[in-house]
Every structure is written in C-alpha cells, then in structure tokens.
Write a protein that binds this ligand. Structure first.
Ligand code: NAD
Ligand code: MG
Length: 398
C-alpha cells in the first residue's frame, strides 16, 4: 500500500487526487488530508477516506472538525496550524505527498516533504517559482522524487526521456513548447479588458480550477509562472522555453528534438490524467478520464501569444531573467493582486500594474536562503498593499 498525504485536499487538485485514489483503493491509502478552513469538505473526505490525520491550518476550524469527527465516531486525529502541515508531510507511513496548497503557503510543507525524501507530486507551482534553486537543491540533497502535476509539465515529462536531470542538449532536446489556452479573454477587444469582473475572469473556457489559478489563466500570469516552473524542473534556459496559444487545451505541451521531431501529449482537459500518471509512474493506471475523441474535435489551432494583451507573461520572463528573488517578488505581488481583484479592490488591468511596480521598486537579491526568499515575499506583499492603498479612490470597482 502506498501512503499518501494530500496537502490542500479540499481544493480542485485535492478533490481530483482523492477521486483517482478512490478508484485504486487496493494500491493507495490516504494517510493525512489537509485544508485551510473548509471543514465541511474535509469532514466528508475523512468519512470517505478514513485518514489517520486531518490538518486544518486554522485552529478554530480544527476544533470544529474534531468535534464533528468525534460525534461521528471516526478515529482520525485532528492537528492544526502550519507546523502540522509540515509534520504530516514527513510521516514515515507517508510515501507520496501531493503538494496542492495554493500559493506561497505551500512552500514550507512541500520543502518538509522534500527533506523527508518523499515522492512529491507538485501542483503548487508557486512554491517552486519562489524558491527555484533552493527547492531543487533540497530535492536532490535528500533524494526526494519530484513529479510534475501541472498538465503542461506533466506532458513535457511524458515526452522526455525518463530522467528529469541533466541538460536538454544531452537529451537531444532543442526547446520546450508550453501550450496555453489563452483563457476567457483571448479574443475580447483590448479596451474592454480593464473592466472585466471576477466572475468573467474565473469562468475558464476549458478547465475547472481554483479561483486563484483561474484568474492567473485570464492574465496569463499562470503561463508566466509555468515558464519559471519549467526552467527549474527541466533545467531549461529561458530561450529554450516557448509559449504557444492553443485554445482547445487538448495538446498539453510539446518537446522539440534536434532531429526535427516534435513530441506532444494529448488528452482531455482533466487533471486526473496527470495526477494518475504521477501516482503510478513509471506505470500507467486508469484515471476515470473520458477518452479523447479526435473525430469530435475536428481541428486544433496554434497561435503566437500577444504580449500587449498579456503583459503579465512578459513580466514573468523578465523576472526569470533577473533571477535571485525576482520570481518570489513577482509571485507575492501577484498573489496580493489576484486576491484584491477577486475582492473587487483592484481592476483587472491593475493586476499587471501592481506586479510591474513591485518588480521596479523592490530590489531583487540572491535567493540563497529561505529567509532571503520570505523577506522578498514580505516586502512585495507590503508594497502591494501600499500600492492598493495609494490608488485614486475607488471604493467599489464595478
Ligand atoms: P484551490 O483554491 O481549489 O485549493 C487550494 C487548497 O489549498 C485548498 O485545499 C485550501 O484549503 C488549501 N489552502 C489554501 N490556503 C492555505 C493556507 N494558507 N494554508 C493551508 N492550506 C491552504 O486551488 P487548486 O486549483 O486546487 O490549485 C492548487 C495548486 O495547484 C495551485 O498552486 C495551482 O496553481 C496548482 N494547479 C492547479 C490546477 C487545477 O486544475 N486546479 C492545475 C495545475 C496546477
Ligand atoms: Mg498548467
């Protein structure tokens, strides 16, 4: 039996992970499930999966969950707080950790899993974007295994010789092509984009995902974060990573070889495919995903990204080039910008302005310690809050 800890069990990736696991109860067992504050969902998941531990990051939520489990006679032990997230990522009975917390909050527990030498299924791209080299060094130092869950990186992994280390040149690879749907605003007139609402932004045309990544897809910051993620995962230089708009989200990414071959992975836009692949790697197992019917699809399109429409993508390339703590600054500013946009405190086009300003104002330094990375993260968050406070009065963004 493979023991699994799911960090962020109640989110979109967490729910898909538990769906895949429930199809293979003879092979996988949930050891620990964690969430921030969603007691209802975690309680239901505890009833279904009977993990040894459940963690709520928020202490009041933990008390509530504990009560409900006790009333139901369930033996799951409830822990709370951030240190408990790290604890359950390191349990000896846990072999695999699904890192599916959203944002910087996932960095410490994911690093804890790496230090315990676990197999890490990485959905939480922000953790890797923030800490890049330090993250990869920790994985290598403690002999942890890192398998990408992000559909693009999982696709690239599937199209590569089965070894994630080494240079692309050594493996005969010329470049990596990350596909992007273009999100809900791919064809919207530019002058209308400033005033789009959170509801419009989170209505992704192909994927059903958490709110933050849905907004990131609409600005294409998601693709920017993925460029940085690909840089670290595959040891790819910035010039070796191209972004291709592919509105159908069927080709999940591609690898171009020096002989002219272009390998692609295709599938339904359903995260259970990459999750099942990473869970069973190097084997394959059913995921519950519907088969892809090429005849129904008809045709596929590929377009160059428009940096004027999606300036956040350009910022991410710039942060990658700047290096050091610049990606941590980019990520933290983006987290505040997206939250403020969702709370109607920032307009859609101001997401870019805020991140741009953060990268201009805050000086990036070496990202050689966790302290340096979290220091850059806090400075960017403070600057972002200040930026929002200083804007011309707009109590209610319509
Ligand atoms: P989500 O918002 O649906 O779920 C987030 C999970 O993290 C929830 O379980 C929540 O309780 C937990 N969480 C949030 N803040 C926390 C905190 N401060 N402390 C502890 N736990 C906290 O997000 P999602 O869409 O599932 O995305 C999760 C991660 O996977 C993100 O990094 C995202 O970029 C990445 N990802 C998601 C998809 C997708 O299809 N949803 C695809 C690729 C990558
Ligand atoms: Mg992705």
């Amino acid at each position: 039996m493979i023991g699994i800890t799911v960090l962020g069990a109640t989110g979109s990736i967490g729910v898909s992970t538990l769906d895949v696991i429930s199809r293979h109860r003879d092979r996988f067992k949930a050891v620990a499930l964690t969430a921030n504050s969603d007691v209802d969902t975690l309680f239901m998941q505890c009833q279904l999966h009977r993990p040894e531990f459940a963690v709520m990051a928020q202490p009041e939520a933990a008390r509530d969950l504990e009560q409900r489990l006790a009333n139901d006679g369930l033996p799951t032990k409830v822990l709370s707080g951030r240190s408990a997230l790290e604890e359950v990522a390191q349990l000896p009975q846990c072999d695999t950790v699904m890192a599916a917390i959203v944002g910087a909050a996932g960095l410490n527990p994911t690093l804890a899993a790496a230090r315990a030498g676990k197999r890490i299924l990485l959905a939480n791209k922000e953790a890797l974007v923030m800490s890049g080299k330090l993250f990869m060094d920790t994985v290598h130092q403690y002999n942890a295994e890192l398998l990408p869950i992000d559909s693009e990186h999982n696709a690239i992994f599937q199209c590569m010789p089965q070894n994630i280390d080494g240079s692309l040149e050594d493996r005969g690879i010329r470049r990596i092509l990350l596909t992007a749907s273009g999100g809900p605003f791919l064809n919207m007139p530019l002058n209308k984009m400033a005033n789009v609402t959170p509801e419009q932004a989170i209505a992704h045309p192909n994927w059903s995902m958490g709110r933050k990544i849905s907004v990131d897809s609409a600005t294409m910051m998601n693709k920017g974060l993925e460029v940085i993620e690909a840089h670290w995962l595959f040891n790819a230089a910035e010039e070796q990573i191209d972004v291709v708009i592919h509105p159908q989200s069927v080709v999940h990414s591609m690898v171009e070889y020096v002989d002219g071959s272009l390998l692609a992975q295709l599938g339904q836009p359903d995260m259970r495919t990459p999750i099942a692949y990473a869970l069973s790697w190097p084997d394959r197992m059913p995921s519950g995903v519907e088969r892809l019917d090429l005849f129904k699809l008809g045709s596929l399109e590929f377009l160059a990204p428009d940096m004027a429409r999606f300036p956040c993508l350009k910022l991410a390339f710039e942060a990658l080039k700047a290096g050091g703590t610049a990606p941590a600054i980019l990520n933290a500013a983006n987290e505040i910008a997206v939250r403020s946009f969702l709370d109607n405190k920032l307009k859609f086009n101001e997401i870019y302005q805020l991140i741009h300003s953060s990268l201009e104002v805050i000086e990036a330094g070496p990202a050689d310690s966790l302290e340096a990375i979290f220091d850059a993260d806090s400075k960017a968050r403070r600057h972002a809050e200040h930026f929002i406070g200083q804007r011309p009065m707009r109590q209610a963004v319509q």
